[in-house]
Design a protein around this ligand. Sequence first.
Ligand code: GDP
Ligand code: CA
Length: 319
Amino acid sequence: MRIVALAGGIGGARFLRGLKDVVTPEDEITVIGNTGDDIHLFGLKVCPDLDTVMYTLGGGIHEEQGWGRADETWSVKAEMKAYGVGPEWFGLGDKDFATHIVRSQMLTAGYSLSQVTEALCVRWKPGVRLLPMSDDRVETHVRITDSEGTRAVHFQEYWVRLHAAVDAEAIIPVGADTAKPAPGVLEAIAAADVILFPPSNPVVSIGTILAVPGIRQAVSAAAAPVVGLSPIIGGAPVRGMADKVLAAVGVAATADAVALHYGADLLDGWLVDTQDAGAVAAVEAAGIPCRAVPLLMTDADATAAMARAALELAEQVRS
Ligand code: GDP
Ligand code: CA
């Protein structure tokens, strides 16, 4: 079976770990990763979502934090601070720095982001084919109004520095309109037997991937059933700021509103948490088969059960 999953950072990576637990060795998983969170810091290209997937599936993630490396040290950050060189609000540990140095060195030498990602994965062996959504630069910006006025800030500044404390007025995936899907992305979608939307952020993770011209069309035209899992449980994101960015695109932070936001032209199936069983009828009324199952990734077994439920729903809607 060829499985394609679109993924952001933590929500995507943790789900993929569960998915790997339930597939057979013959199955192939291709992950199309969000690169709209990418940021240039200290002259280095940082790809937080690709790295979260790579570290999580490769066994290097800081488990509790959900991002960055386990057993990290912070000497470089302290040295940068001693030089008065920021930003200080973005956490890059020493081990993590090495990843960004290797990536930036290869990009400077002329390799594409897909080639660099493949090279980094030689070390991490994530057990999936990890493709950036695009080799072209795309950067999600967020329009906000605060004491400094109305302005657009980088998504990382909105989330990491400002903690999403002010409302997001608009989400702008800068560069997405002219970006091309990375090599292999459209081919993987077309050849897939199942396409999954993990419980990643529907706006700034999966929404950004779908904003790359050609990807949404390919998913909607794919022969494979497309099944998604709600990142919203009981009217709130399990973690993160999905409610803020959903509000910016006029979507309520509920499990059914997210399904309808993707729409029946994209989704062939949707999973909501058992807490949201009341939302099933509204999703099905929109023409999207829907089931209520436990959706909290509390441990490996619970996450594997979610992946199994998604694959089962895909089989049901296929026949
Ligand atoms: P990010 O790039 O690190 O923000 O990660 P993603 O976009 O992949 O995932 C973020 C989303 O994961 C958030 O909207 C969370 O609500 C969701 N999430 C995190 N943990 C869980 C969980 O255990 N269950 C569900 N259903 N969603 C989760
Ligand atoms: Ca992200």
